[in-house]
Write a protein that binds this ligand. Structure first.
Ligand SMILES: [Zn+2]
Length: 465
């Protein structure tokens, strides 16, 4: 049997079908495994993925050879650290050298034409050209099952109607959630191409109970509805499933979303390269408690939290950079990918009964976006939390770090209707973050309300060589 066949058989055999009728958990055994059982399962899947990559990915074969890893070098999760990290820049270089797909994927041209499902790309904002990925129908089935588990944990169920406001283009989150909703028996209103006004109308007319979008757009859409006399609190929407940006687990953003919509706020995070279907997702216990702590789907992913200077694990509960190994994707069974977001994890048991680790506060921003000012580190999510905790400050703000002479200066611009907000924001930031900033209040509506990701931080200081 080829390594691919062995890998596929194992991935399929370890899927747990939902019980009938559906109870508290979609996959009761997998979601309540003990740590030892979980690690044994992860180990088996890791060994199979390692062998698959050796067989079918030229990129990884070279990488493993260079690290001196032979066919039997990886026997369990304990051996994970032997595998070299994969940095996003290596991927870009590989695809530029061998366009358009690179030698990364295990999908051949023949796989693509016989079993292909869809092509996805990254947004291409940082790379010279967007990276492209070919996924098979095997991948689609994994995303569907896996996404249904996460949505079920959020309380999305048969009887709900969903408005999926993610772009129906080449974005992975949109399609994975679409199929997962259908799997749960939930019909979907595709709101991807619609304008904000049109979406407000779709909600009014077709009464969806679940809205799937980015946190920024959930705020923008709610405000746009208010502006035309439709109170989102009085709308049919009872759950927000938010992805694409941190936000949903940032305390003050979460409160704003809850107040605006009178709805349960759920976080769903992953990334195009390594975590196409939910890596992190909030259960109902988490969504209704004071601090959001999304679960990590640990039977499908191996999660490491590392110090970005030494690339050694940080202590449990400390902030580090997220490194992820995918244990189920045929197109991208990528190992030890530096996803690059800051987060902290806890293995303390969630009251919901799931045993998988959780990430209190969710993602804290990308590690290359964290700015250092006067020796202090600023995490975008922490900044967002402080600014949005000030009553009267509207949802949009911008932070610019610039150098003035020898000094670094942080300029915060917030939307609001009163100049008196400026000293309040300034002192709140000083008290919470220990830094003096200048604050300017600008008129409501100064900043565009985007439907996709919103960039609020910019660092205009010259790069240090
Ligand atoms: Zn939970």
């Amino acid at each position: 049997m080829s390594a691919r066949e062995q890998w596929r058989d194992l991935v399929v055999a370890s899927m747990e079908r939902p019980p009938t009728p559906l109870g508290e958990f979609y996959a009761p055994k997998l979601e309540t495994l003990t740590r030892d059982q979980l690690e044994a399962l992860q180990g088996k899947k890791l060994v199979a993925a390692f062998r698959l990559l050796r067989e079918a990915s030229a990129f990884y074969r070279h990488k493993f050879d260079a690290a001196g890893l032979g066919e039997d070098s990886i026997q369990s999760v304990v051996d994970l650290a032997k595998i070299p990290l994969t940095h996003p820049s290596e991927w870009m270089a590989d695809q530029e050298r061998f366009p358009p797909f690179g030698r990364f994927s295990t999908i051949s041209d023949e796989d693509w034409t016989t079993r292909g499902w869809m092509l996805f790309t990254t947004s291409g904002t940082k790379a010279a050209f967007p990276r492209a990925f070919r996924h098979t129908t095997f991948d689609r089935d994994q995303w569907t099952w896996h996404g249904a588990r996460a949505l079920h944990a959020m309380g999305v169920q048969h009887g709900d109607i969903a408005l999926n406001a993610f772009g129906y283009g080449t974005s992975v989150a949109c399609w994975g959630l679409h199929h997962a909703l259908n799997e749960l028996g939930v019909p979907v209103i595709p709101g991807g191409g619609a304008s904000t006004d049109r979406r407000a109308e779709l909600i009014h007319l077709f009464r969806p109970t679940v809205l799937l979008t980015t946190p920024s757009h959930a705020l923008g859409l709610g405000q746009a509805m208010l502006a035309v006399g439709h109170d989102p609190r009085a709308s049919s929407v009872r759950k927000l499933v938010l992805a694409g940006e941190p936000g949903a687990s940032v305390p003050s953003t979460r409160l704003r979303l809850r107040d605006l919509w009178d709805a349960e706020v759920h976080d769903d995070f992953g990334c195009t390269e390594v975590a196409m279907s939910p890596l992190g997702y909030t259960c109902r216990t988490s969504a209704t408690s004071a601090e959001a702590a999304p679960h990590l789907m640990e039977d499908q992913y191996l999660v490491e939290v590392l110090d970005p200077t030494t690339w050694e694990p940080v202590a449990e509960g400390d902030l580090g950079v997220l490194v992820v190994s995918n244990l189920f994707s045929e197109a991208q069974p990528i190992l030890r990918y530096v996803m690059g977001d800051w987060l902290r994890i806890t293995r303390e048991r969630c009251p919901c009964g799931r045993t998988h680790a959780r990430a209190p506060g969710g993602l804290q921003g990308r590690f290359d976006d964290v700015v250092k000012v006067k020796g202090l580190k600023f995490y975008p999510a922490v900044f967002e939390d402080v600014v949005r905790s000030v009553k009267g400050v509207l949802d949009e703000f911008r932070v610019v770090i610039e150098s003035k002479g020898d000094l670094d200066r942080v300029k915060v611009t917030v939307e609001g209707t009163s100049e008196e907000l400026a000293p309040v924001v300034r002192s709140r930031i000083a008290a919470s973050l220990g830094i003096d900033v200048s604050v300017e209040v600008v008129a409501p509506g100064t900043y565009e309300r985007k439907q996709g990701k919103t960039v609020r931080f910019s660092d205009s200081r010259p790069k240090k060589g």
